[in-house]
Design a protein around this ligand. Sequence first.
Ligand code: ADP
Ligand code: MG
Length: 236
Amino acid sequence: MALLDVKGLSKRFGGLVANKDISLAVEPGEILAIIGPNGAGKSTLFNGLVGHHAPTSGSVTFNGQSMLGLAPEQVAAMGLVRTYQIPRSFGQMTVLENTMVGALLRHPKLADAREASERVLELVGLRERTDVRAAELNVAGQKRVELARALATEPKMLLLDEVAGGLNPSEAIALTEILRGIHAAGVTLIIVEHVLEVVMRLAHRVLVLNFGQMIAEGAPQDIVRNPAVIEAYLGR
Ligand code: ADP
Ligand code: MG
């Protein structure tokens, strides 16, 4: 059984169709990448999956249960969690405190949440920065805090929205290794990513969105040679 099963998902904002009839299934243990030009509807899709908005039509089934009508906290409790393109960490809180915000979902006792957070911070390479205020970190560090907070909720599936955006090439490669570690720890991943290097290194399968619709699906090496995909990127 697929871990995530999306059927005929559409989202309209007034006259704009941001997602049109999207169907996809993700197996446990998979790393799926979703690519597409700006405005293609990638973040809107993530928002629809985790309960940030009510899709106009379609269904979202996660781990055998419908996610439609659930609030983001309820979806997170089911094990489906997203990160944000713009990190949403609390700047005046430390790296550890930010991570604990996620960990408290599973560990109501502070001491337990702290211990779980420290494990997560090890995994994302922030163990040495636990007491630094998030605002003092560079972009790469803040992206890791965002990742740590999401990971601390102990998701079955993580939806990563442009987690490599704004990073330099060596930071992006380091992040790729962190994502490999997260995947190896048993988390299924969907990555929305503009940095093709990250997609090529990590993804088992790639979906391409353009103007809200899925226009191609395949192995990474085939997708980058697909004429419809090249046209979608050059056509804008
Ligand atoms: P992507 O993440 O692929 O760059 P988005 O999903 O953010 O694209 O946006 C898809 C389209 O939906 C864009 O045209 C965007 O302006 C529009 N859109 C996204 N969110 C909203 C919203 N809350 N209200 C109105 N329009 C929106
Ligand atoms: Mg986006």
